[in-house]
Ligand binder design. Sequence first.
Ligand code: ATP
Ligand code: 3PG
Length: 442
Amino acid sequence: MAMELASLDQRLPLVQQASLRDKVVLVRFDHNVVKKGIINDPFRIDRTLGTLFYIVAQGGKPIMMTHVGRPRDKKAGTIKVSADSGVEPIVAYLESKLHVKIEVPSFPAGEQGITAIDTSINHNIRRLREGEIAGIYLPNTRWFAGEEAKGEAREDFALQLAGLADVYVNDAFGSWQPHASTFDVTKHLPSYAGYLLQDEMRHLELVLNPARPFVGVVAGAKYDTKIGPLQALYQQVDRLILGGVIYNTYLCAKYGVKIAGVAEEDIAAARDLVTADAEAGKIIELPYIVESDILGREEGKYRTRALSELKPGMELGYVLDIDPKSFEAPAVALALGQAASIFVNAVMGFTPHFTDGSRALDTTIDANRAAAKLYGGGDTLQEFKDLCPGLYLSVLDNAQYYFFTGGGSVLKAIEQHSAYGLEPVAALMANAANLQGKGLDG
Ligand SMILES: Nc1ncnc2c1ncn2[C@@H]1O[C@H](COP(=O)(O)OP(=O)(O)OP(=O)(O)O)[C@@H](O)[C@H]1O
Ligand SMILES: O=C(O)[C@H](O)COP(=O)(O)O
């Protein structure tokens, strides 16, 4: 049975309502799929091709942009502009798929990244308007000093972005953080949601109003941005399974152990979860973890440990994976086997060295044929595809599966109790209301 989808809030302005003929369209994607200069999984790019085709078919001239990685050093206040986090592999992929020429402008960069979009881009915008090139792809948005800045630098960058185009389209579901290219720019241009964003919003309802029992599986590394939303997910789920760095902090808080690489301040936040769970008992623990002496994989230097061995004060090495036999534990098998819907934002181990936990998770979940299986996250999807390629191919068109292009975004929407609470989405709606107020819409 196919998943039943909610309709969209009518206040969300949609790209199909925009007039695009001969307009330069600034379109924000989440093509954050490049690691060390290589694309492992182009799924996020592929999902945006419909919007791109639509813009061009309507006579629009696209200027595309995305962030890649996290090149800003928050503490030092510097931005690392290096080929590793460039958009070139994305552009090469688009050019080879679409058989067109896309220009990537370059701007001078220093320790603070790129401080301005200078006028050198005008030549390319002219070529774009005249049809000499099919599109422009801006450098990584996070290379620009204004993207994540506060105050004037950010406002200037948003204005510079807006100055390039006539219309703005956001199709970057995964990019939930309110930055200049996802949020502030909407103050200056008529702004619309792309087709991917629309599709993701409709599917978000399946997580916000899930069929029950609803099980959440969250793992991975982005502890800093995910621990907050995790508390909200905890309220929403019937059962919660943790893995990755998030599980490590939870284990430290629950069992009073030390795990290499887990900072004391991170354990503090996990304590709230432990306290809440002492009453509600929703967390199903994966009972076997893989401990390693080094932050890597070397024969003889890693081993499986059972949670039953943990004693307060114990010091463990790095915990880098979940032992697959954890998924055979009765409580775990029961929770996943009886769920009516499952949300997965989970890379269970330190990739690419430790992958057994993720593989076991995906196959265990697949065995529950009846559940709606909602996967989200850049790495989560990539790992699913790499570790279980046959399964991935077989479920791509399976109506019981849906793959969100962002895991953090789903968690954030849960935290806001609404898909429309995501700040870039709320900004689109505010922009539409503002234009209507001025009689400028349509
Ligand atoms: N125990 C662990 N120790 C260190 N790193 C881990 C561990 N478990 C998982 N990881 C790392 O977590 C990363 C994936 O986590 P991340 O939070 O980025 O997930 P994601 O699926 O990309 O979600 P999103 O799209 O929200 O970013 C991988 O790089 C993986 O190597
Ligand atoms: O990969 C992701 O989760 C998105 O691209 C968002 O990235 P961010 O968490 O660095 O904002």
